[in-house]
Each structure stands twice: as structure tokens, then as C-alpha cells.
Design a protein around this ligand. Structure first.
Ligand code: ZN
Length: 343
């Protein structure tokens, strides 16, 4: 029996790691995050819209031509499109170029909540780059739109620091690269451990939470902690002033938060906007409510937002995506495709 060439098989360990990372909501929310593996001239990359959590029960990876993409990137072509090898109908992740640029064999990109709580701060770079961590060679990248623009920024950062094995992506997430699965786990644990933040304070009393009257076609969000966003005035303030903190949040939950002072205000708004059915609304002092059709991916994003905000110290100032960043994310074909799959 001839052995299959190793670049045509994705090691089980990579699938195991992917499923493990994807099952941890503190690292991956819904279809977010991705993992890649380089073997010979092939890059195995997670497909767009698939969930890392499914890595062991479904085919979520797609092999693409690594040699061709590497050549194109070297020539400065950041609009290079991955060529799928074989029969796969899956579409490679929008972050494929980022994975090609990282020189390590295995690369993971995560929206790690403990780190995101720092990445959304105006002082993110100073904080994250100030701490020396064993085996970690970090680089910090300011926010760029995922895809070509982020890849271009990453190419510069890696050229300046070719040994970088951890990229902190401002207002976005984390990239970790290692020679094998074990090394990636170690690096990831080191980074997570260093930036694990305490959830501040006891949180608001949830006694006031109650369902809306049935004429409003919105259901109570099933995750108790989510209601903190409407019950805690400080969180509610952050929600209104700093909604657009990172790309997946905007893509899945829209450009702004719908906040109402009370149920009457929500009812009046609903009457005046019969064509608009927001997926999620926040009613001050009462709770968070979602459309009956709300997809699991959206709920996961909402939980992520809450988990990030409760980890940000009250005194910290936040950096949000600007209007142009938000428009660029919402008018983007690649994201429309991802949203279709999320429904
Ligand atoms: Zn991302």
C-alpha cells in the first residue's frame, strides 16, 4: 500500500485542536476564528461560514494552492485569490492570506475574549506589548478590514519581525503560529494566562428582568448574563457609545444598538417602523430581547460582547471602528456570504 502524500491529508491532531478551540466560547464565537495547516505546497484552511467546533464531525477544511498564493503575496498582490485544490465546494476563509503570511506550519486565529478586552482599548498596543512572555514573540497590528487590508498590515509586521509567533490584531483578535499542535497550545495558554482578566464587580441584580408583553414579537434572550447589558447603566452606556468594537460583532449584529428607555418606547418605535424588525433590542432596566428567528451565531456574538465589556475596567477608554470601517464591513460580499450561511 502506498502512503498518501502527507500534504493531501490533514492530521487528526489539527482537527482535534480545531474542535477543541471551537468549543470554547471564550476563544471562538459561532463561525468566527480559523485554523490552518501547511504541508508542502498545500495550505489547509477552514472554510468560510463553517464552525471550528464541527472540525471532527464535518469537513470544514479546504485545501488551497499555497505555493501560488505565496508567490502572489511576495509580488505584493494582496488581492490574490486562493485556488482550491481538488473537488471541494467550500470557500476558503476570508483570512486565508493572513495564514499564508505566517511562516509557521500551524496557525490559529481566534477572537479570544480575555485578549479582546484589551484589544478594544485605546491603550491596547502599550499594554499588550509591554509584557514579556516566555517563547512569545509578539507584534501588534492596528485595526484593518479583514481580508486584503489586514493581510497587507500583517505582511509589514512580519517583515519587521520575522520571528513573530503571536499577532495581536487591534479591535479584532489574536493569531498564533507554531511548528506543531503542541507548540500552538503552549503559546495560546501562555497568552491567555497572561491576559486573563477578572470580571469586575458583582454585576447588577437580575430581579427586574421580565418578558415583554406578547404583542411585541420578541423573545426574551435565553442567556441570563446577557441581560446585564440592559440592567447595568455603565454597560448600557458602553453599548450606546462603543457598539462597533470588532468586525464580527458589526457583521452579525449590525451597525448600532437599539436601546429603548422602556417597553412603551419600544412599542411606539415598532408601530412607527413596521418594516424594520431588529434582531435584538435592549430595554433599559428590563432586559435584552431577540427576534424568534435569531440565529445561534448572532446569540453567540451577543454573549461575546457582554463577556468582553464586563472585563473592561470602568475607567478604560475604548477604541471603536469608525463609520467608514463599519460601512466597509457591511457592504462586503464576503460577509454577505458568511451571513447567508449563518441563517
Ligand atoms: Zn477574525
Amino acid at each position: 500500500m502506498t502512503a498518501e502524500p502527507d500534504d493531501m491529508v490533514l492530521p487528526k491532531g489539527v482537527r482535534r485542536l480545531s474542535a477543541e478551540l471551537g468549543s470554547d466560547p471564550m476563544l471562538v464565537q459561532g463561525a468566527g476564528g480559523n485554523v490552518s495547516w501547511k504541508a508542502g505546497d498545500t495550505l489547509w484552511i477552514k472554510a468560510s461560514g463553517t464552525w471550528l467546533a464541527d472540525a471532527e464531525r464535518a469537513e470544514i477544511f479546504v485545501p488551497v494552492d499555497l505555493a501560488k498564493l505565496s508567490r502572489e503575496l511576495k509580488a505584493g498582490d494582496f488581492d490574490a485569490k486562493p485556488t482550491v485544490l481538488g473537488e471541494s465546494q467550500l470557500r476558503p476563509s476570508i483570512e486565508t492570506l493572513l495564514h499564508v503570511l505566517m511562516p509557521q506550519r500551524i496557525v490559529v486565529h481566534l477572537h479570544a475574549i480575555d485578549v479582546l478586552a484589551y484589544l478594544v482599548r485605546t491603550d491596547a498596543r502599550d499594554l499588550l506589548m509591554s509584557k514579556a512572555l516566555p517563547s512569545v514573540v509578539p507584534a501588534f497590528l492596528p485595526y484593518r478590514k479583514p481580508g486584503a487590508e489586514l493581510a497587507q498590515e500583517a505582511a509589514q509586521a512580519i517583515a519587521a519581525c520575522p520571528e513573530a509567533n503571536v499577532l495581536y490584531l487591534g479591535n479584532h483578535g489574536l493569531v498564533v503560529g507554531g511548528g506543531d499542535v503542541h507548540q500552538v497550545r503552549l503559546l495560546l495558554n501562555t497568552v491567555r494566562g497572561a491576559w486573563r482578566s477578572q470580571v469586575g464587580g458583582p454585576g447588577p441584580s437580575r430581579d427586574a428582568i421580565r418578558p415583554l408583553t406578547p404583542d411585541l414579537a420578541l423573545k426574551w434572550c435565553p442567556l441570563a448574563g446577557l441581560h446585564d447589558l440592559a440592567l447595568d447603566e455603565q454597560l448600557l452606556g458602553r453599548l450606546q457609545s462603543s457598539w462597533a468594537l470588532y468586525p464580527d460583532h458589526v457583521v452579525f449584529l449590525g451597525p448600532m444598538a437599539r436601546v429603548f428607555d422602556n417597553e412603551t418606547a419600544l412599542r411606539e418605535w415598532t408601530r412607527n417602523h413596521p418594516d424594520q424588525a431588529p434582531d435584538v433590542v435592549f430595554v433599559r432596566g428590563m432586559g435584552v430581547y431577540g427576534a424568534h428567528s435569531m440565529a445561534a451565531g448572532k446569540l453567540a456574538q451577543l454573549q461575546c460582547f457582554r463577556d468582553v465589556l464586563v472585563r473592561v475596567p470602568r475607567s478604560a477608554s475604548l477604541r471603536t471602528l469608525n463609520d467608514q470601517d463599519v460601512r466597509a464591513l457591511l457592504n462586503w460580499d464576503a460577509e454577505h456570504y458568511r451571513m447567508q450561511l449563518a441563517k
